[in-house]
Design a protein around this ligand. Structure first.
Ligand code: AMP
Ligand code: MN
Ligand code: MN
Length: 316
């Protein structure tokens, strides 16, 4: 394990960085990757972000196409908020493995440490907390643009500072971001209180398809192509409603199934107070955090649901 200082020293001594967030990028990986990119560029370094899959409409407000401009040969690849190498999809083979150096910056407890330098801290609420520490060690000015991107990262992964991963350190970091005049209210509204019409249409399907199991301790819902066509939404819109699967009174485990095809089912797992969903996700080749994890099955919705219910029945 390496420290923020060691990572910062390495970054100062080298050049030509490609930053890779995870597939289906969320506010944490996009916010922390773009904050790191801006910090590296302010040091005069060549840096770019290469995305494994496109950003969603929700995060466009922190994005600029110039972030993705690669006009240099990559020397060091940096994964940010990537729990497992396959979450980079083909970029793992195309860029990460081929780089001279690999840095892994992450906060998933299940991360095996696949970099040559690993700054992995499962106690951090978001990868943005780790990138913040690196930027402090770099001695780069905390501009409004950088501070807002770190704010997006932390606000997103803590569910607006509601989840159990929120700590005193989270609040201390965020409090210092206010020194850069961040527009926190505008960011919070965009992240948590604004939805497209298609997303709202999809909500009807998500709630109508909720099923309760184990005396109301487990709730499942699913999104399939029928729901997407009828609502006009893309599969990423389902992410807005994952939290609702654990919102019912008395529910411990919530599961949102995304039916990608007849034999590919991606599942988002959430818990409220005592079940470790990352342990269950790991049993099936996935991973994540204690209260939020994910796994993809090369199987039908029915098969994936049966296997997960079988595991969670023993735990609730
Ligand atoms: P999601 O339900 O997709 O929002 O994911 C919840 C958390 O679990 C996120 O922090 C993801 O990065 C992580 N996660 C999701 N799928 C996987 C996987 N297959 N392997 C490892 N971590 C995952
Ligand atoms: Mn993430
Ligand atoms: Mn994260």
């Amino acid at each position: 394990m390496h420290t923020a200082k060691q990572i910062a020293n390495f970054l100062k001594d080298h050049n030509n960085y490609i930053i890779i967030p995870h597939r289906s990028p969320d506010g944490d990986c996009l916010g922390s990757s773009s904050a790191l990119l801006l910090a590296l560029r302010s040091l005069g370094k060549n840096a770019a972000i290469v995305l494994p899959s496109p950003i969603s409409h929700r995060h466009e407000f922190i994005w600029d196409s110039s972030y993705e401009k690669v006009d240099f040969k990559c020397e060091t690849a940096i994964s940010v908020d990537v729990a497992a190498d396959d979450m980079m999809l083909g970029l793992y083979e195309e860029i990460y493995q081929k780089a001279d150096y690999r840095i892994c910056i992450d906060h998933h407890t299940t991360n095996p440490g696949f970099g040559s330098l690993n700054f992995v801290d499962g106690k951090a609420a978001a990868a943005g907390e780790l990138v913040y520490q690196i930027i402090v060690e770099l001695g780069v000015e905390m501009t409004k643009d950088i501070a807002e991107r770190i704010f997006v990262s932390i606000a997103d992964d803590t569910g607006a500072f509601q989840y159990s991963n929120t700590t005193a350190r989270t609040h201390m970091i965020v409090s210092s971001l206010y020194d850069a005049n961040i527009d926190s209210d505008s960011i919070m509204r965009k992240l948590f209180a604004t939805h497209t019409v298609a997303e709202l249409n999809l909500l009807k399907f998500v709630t109508a398809r909720m099923e309760y199991h184990c005396g109301g301790k487990i709730c499942t819902s699913y999104v399939d192509s029928e729901a997407l066509i009828a609502s006009g939404a893309e599969m990423s819109a389902a992410d807005a409603w994952i939290g609702l699967t654990r919102a019912g009174e008395g529910i411990e485990v919530g599961m949102m199934f995304k039916l990608l095809s007849d034999n590919e089912t991606r599942v988002s797992l959430r818990s409220n107070s005592y079940v470790d969903v990352s342990a269950v996700a790991q049993k099936f080749g996935g991973g994540g955090h204690v209260r939020a994890a994910g796994v993809t099955f090369c199987e039908s919705y029915a098969e994936a649901k049966k296997k997960l219910l079988n595991e969670f029945e023993k735990l609730v």
